[in-house]
Ligand binder design. Sequence first.
Ligand SMILES: NC(=O)c1ccc[n+]([C@@H]2O[C@H](COP(=O)([O-])OP(=O)(O)OC[C@H]3O[C@@H](n4cnc5c(N)ncnc54)[C@H](OP(=O)(O)O)[C@@H]3O)[C@@H](O)[C@H]2O)c1
Length: 260
Amino acid sequence: MRDDELAGQVALVTGAGGEIGSETVRALTHAGACVAGVVRKREPPVPASARDRILLLHADVRSEPDVRRAVRAALEQFGKIDILVNNAGSRGPTLPVTRLSLDAWREVLETNLTGSFLFARECLKGMMRRRYGRIINVASVVARWAYPLRAPYAASKAALLSLTWTLAQESGKANILVNAICPGPVAGEAVESVLAARANRLGISARVMRQRFLQPSALGRMVTAQDVSRTVLFLCSEAASSITGQVIDVSAGYGLYPGI
Ligand SMILES: NC(=O)c1ccc[n+]([C@@H]2O[C@H](COP(=O)([O-])OP(=O)(O)OC[C@H]3O[C@@H](n4cnc5c(N)ncnc54)[C@H](OP(=O)(O)O)[C@@H]3O)[C@@H](O)[C@H]2O)c1
């Protein structure tokens, strides 16, 4: 992508202070876009050179009033939203279904699925009117598998793929493209806390857990947040203008082989 390929475009990124989110804000800004970053606690770095093109908005993605307020504030500042990256995500507990509380189930579903629905609905209003839009939902490779001990997470990501397909069909005639990215394990703090919680629950060492986690990777490694942000840029680019309703794994070939 050219450095200025997204100049004049406006993106809204949820979970903008997280590992993938902050890298996505950086990449979109670098490509020339203005970015409304939705944050809760953590914030992404805002370089002085991009200060007038990055707006940080505090919102809980589960809250309808918060989502409406954030979209309204982004529109007031930048006048439109061309790109929505639904990236905020909750990992939820590492527990079997028999021990899951309803509150924990709801927290994950409401963050990963309902939050994406709310932002898509609010952003689509303007996108439909202007007959242009790109929506990118950040799901996970586990959306397609059984994932013991992480049922709400896997179920929420599977449902997010379904939402992606339906949104793509409903909004395609208005020239709005809706796709999902499924990252595999992304090297960083988020995956380290997943590994630690899983090792603890299974009663195995961190070293063995890491080996097991890398085993399904065809490339024998994790991916980077930058691998994900580059795919976001691709899906926003002219080169992807006929791609919609697709699920793109950015996973180093995670889970290709069932290990028989
Ligand atoms: N890391 C991986 O290996 C991996 C693999 C597959 C998919 N993913 C997906 O990639 C996305 C980004 O995750 P990440 O790896 O960058 O993890 P992360 O650093 O923990 O980022 C998650 C982000 O979501 C935000 N968030 C969570 N609940 C929220 C809520 N109710 N309202 C507003 N914001 C909320 C967090 O905000 P605060 O921290 O400020 O609360 C944080 O910015 C997630 O959807 C995740 O499921 C990650």
